[in-house]
Design a protein around this ligand. Structure first.
Ligand SMILES: *Cc1c(COP(=O)(O)O)cnc(C)c1O
Length: 366
């Protein structure tokens, strides 16, 4: 039996990539916002339907530097049910995370609990469109407006999604995407920040390039977070095939839903109305009392069959060892409950329906 990994990076044909990087050999322009960077930026702006976009070396730096460019101080309300990057972007800016619980169905931030967490030190809300499930953007905007808070979306999972026909990157003050190898769209490593305010964009641009304003002026303590030309070239190629890739993912997801949709003890993410999905992940929540096996048992059984799944997102970010018990996971009981029961199943464009069936058979035979 072939080994199945949880994900497999999308790549263009070898010859297509070689063709795309030929100019780089002619120009010797390898990085520092060259022609490939400019081209990809323009194409993404159009594809994502956003007003402004800037490219980064990875998604994490787009989040971290966006918080810095917004000159945030104090507390940031976020959720613990996410990848390490979200919380690290907050803490590495000297900000304090305040953890809000999540919805039990779509796992995004529970907006009914945000207001009770706001203090006079709250500066921002950092929600996550987790697994590509879109947050309650209207309610988040209403709260942010009422209390004068900034909103920074971790949109790492929502590349290309639309909500009510509008590009997902248009919500909040900033929305950050990841173009990591494992994401729906990749530039090998990469990311982007989408934003409304062009002045913020200038600050952000400076921060990704050492805080350099001009040849003789460095007026911000920046980092180096530029996307190089080879990554941009990969993005240009992958973007040509993205709609096809998402369509293939959709087929895989539909098969999973068909096979696992009506099994007692297995809960799937809801299909969100008004959302044009990118089929980024396929999370499955096991209720061991009904299903008869725990998440860990399912995980082990799949591993025995050379099928690699992830306990995404376990542990919660408010349980990380690096925080030495500083946060109380009991403050976010729904997130804790889900993180102990969730698995994300293998999902990528080229996963065959035969393999999906094999995965489902193993789960259903437990
Ligand atoms: C992948 C990911 C990131 C970070 O992106 P990188 O490009 O890997 O730096 C941030 N947040 C979430 C939720 C992610 O899944």
């Amino acid at each position: 039996m072939n080994k199945i990994l949880v994900t497999r990076s999308s790549m263009p044909d070898f010859d297509e990539y070689i063709e795309e990087i030929k100019d780089i050999w002619e120009s010797h322009w390898l990085t520092n916002m060259g022609p490939k960077h400019k081209k990809l930026q323009a194409e993404l702006k159009e594809y994502l339907g956003v007003e402004n976009i800037d490219l980064f070396v990875n998604g994490h730096m787009s989040l971290e530097l966006s918080l810095q460019a917004l000159k945030m101080q104090g507390e940031v309300i976020t959720t613990p049910f996410t990848f390490a990057s979200t919380i690290h972007a907050i803490v590495r800016n000297g900000l304090e995370p305040v953890f809000c619980d999540i919805n039990p169905d779509d796992y995004t931030i529970d907006v009914s609990k945000i207001e009770s967490l706001i203090t006079d030190r709250t500066c921002a809300i950092m929600p996550v469109h987790v697994y590509g499930n879109v947050c309650n953007v209207e309610e988040i905007q209403r709260i942010a407006y009422k209390y004068g808070l900034k909103v920074i979306y971790d949109a790492a999972h929502t590349f290309g999604e639309k909500y009510k026909g509008q590009g997902i990157g248009t919500f909040g003050d900033v929305s950050c995407f990841s173009f990591h190898a494992t994401k729906v769209f990749n530039t090998i490593e990469g990311g982007a920040a989408c934003f409304k305010n062009p002045e913020f964009g200038l600050d952000l641009y400076r921060l990704k390039n050492f805080g350099i304003r001009g040849p003789e002026v460095v007026d911000a303590v920046g980092a180096n977070a530029k996307m190089n030309e080879f990554s941009a070239a990969m993005g240009i190629c992958n973007l040509r095939h993205i709609d096809e890739e998402i369509a293939k993912r959709k087929k895989v997801v539909e098969r999973y839903r068909e096979r696992l949709g009506n099994v007692s003890g297995i809960k799937l993410s809801p299909i969100q109305e008004d959302v044009q999905s990118n089929y980024a992940y396929f999370p499955v929540v096991f209720d061991e009392n009904v299903f008869g096996a725990t998440r860990n048992e399912v995980c082990d059984r799949l591993a025995e069959n050379d099928i690699n799944v992830r306990k995404y997102f376990y542990p919660l970010t408010n349980m990380f060892d690096c925080f030495n018990g500083k946060y109380n996971v009991d403050d976010t009981p729904v997130a804790l409950h889900i993180s102990q029961r969730v698995l994300t199943l293998p999902l990528y464009a080229d996963l065959s329906l035969k393999d999906v069936d094999r995965i489902c058979d193993i789960i259903l035979n437990i």
